[in-house]
Design a protein around this ligand. Structure first.
Ligand SMILES: [Zn+2]
Length: 278
């Protein structure tokens, strides 16, 4: 276990890039072999748009890595954070660390993005995608990248996670983003029981249904336990799924890079079944 964490602590960025590209290639192949839906769309154009957002995300995270490193250093020097209150067996440290990082750095910020109007304006970009596939996972507005980064840093501070643990968490998180958005058939017999603990492909796709209440549910990133605990789950049959967000269903709006960047600054549109008071 010790070596396992050290591996994630020391893995060079070249190896990390190889992981990322081969993961993407694996899911793209599976989408071609066992697609969940036969979607009529320009896959290359769609991928170009989403991968542009992905590249911006990676760039912001590269710059933001210094915040996370600073938070880890602070924890180490001051023995700060929940995980450092007492000495835990390593397996418990890893499990507790991953679940808490996931709660504070992913579930909570995602839930907030659906509750706070100005955050929602940025998060809409992720929901405008009407063809959810592996490239949709990191389609986020740069503004959203910044407040997500801030919450990851806060989560590292609060938990007191070590650098190896943070890197392990980020790797699993990226894998889940790809797995849960990929347009692949996932056996129902596995999906259902796994979804009690983990965010499974079907569990997350419900979140991409175009209207409420499904849009405001299933916020989890790696672990679905937080949605079960806070009663924020909902369901819909996969055949009834319609991707997108009811406020931005026009092709010209959700497939244009410039327009997507501008959405947070355009006049606000109320989703059907209104989620905000004014
Ligand atoms: Zn969302």
């Amino acid at each position: 276990m010790e070596e396992f964490l050290t591996f994630f602590e020391t893995v060079p960025s070249s190896t990390r890039s190889v992981f990322l590209v081969s993961g993407l290639a694996l899911f793209l192949s599976l989408e071609a072999i066992v697609p969940l839906f036969r979607m009529e769309y320009k896959k290359i154009q769609h991928a170009k748009l989403n991968l542009t957002f992905t590249l911006i995300t990676l760039l912001i995270n590269l710059i933001g890595a210094s915040f996370i490193v600073a938070a880890v250093d602070f924890n180490m020097t001051n023995q700060f954070g929940l995980l450092n209150i007492t000495t835990l067996p390593l397996w418990l440290y890893v499990i507790l660390g991953l679940t808490l990082l996931d709660l504070l750095g992913a579930w909570f910020i995602h839930w907030l993005e659906h509750r706070v109007k100005w955050m929602w304006r940025f998060h809409i970009i992720h929901h405008t995608d009407q063809n959810i596939d592996v490239t949709s996972g990191l389609r986020h507005h740069p503004g959203e990248n910044i407040f997500r980064l801030l919450f990851t840093t806060l989560a590292v501070l609060a938990t007191g996670a070590s650098f190896g643990l943070v890197m392990l968490y980020q790797t699993i998180s990226a894998f889940f983003a790809a797995l849960t958005h990929a347009n692949i058939q996932f056996p129902k017999i596995l999906d259902k029981p796994l979804s009690w603990i983990f965010v499974t492909p079907h569990f997350h796709k419900v979140h991409h249904h175009f209207s409420l209440p499904q849009t405001d549910s299933n916020y989890g990133n790696i672990f679905s336990i937080w949605d079960h605990l806070f009663s924020t789950t909902s369901n819909i049959e996969m055949q009834e799924l319609k991707y997108g967000i009811d406020t931005h269903m026009k092709q010209s709006e959700h497939s244009n890079f410039k327009n997507l960047l501008m959405i947070p600054f355009q006049s606000y549109r109320q989703p059907v079944g209104t989620k905000f008071d004014d």
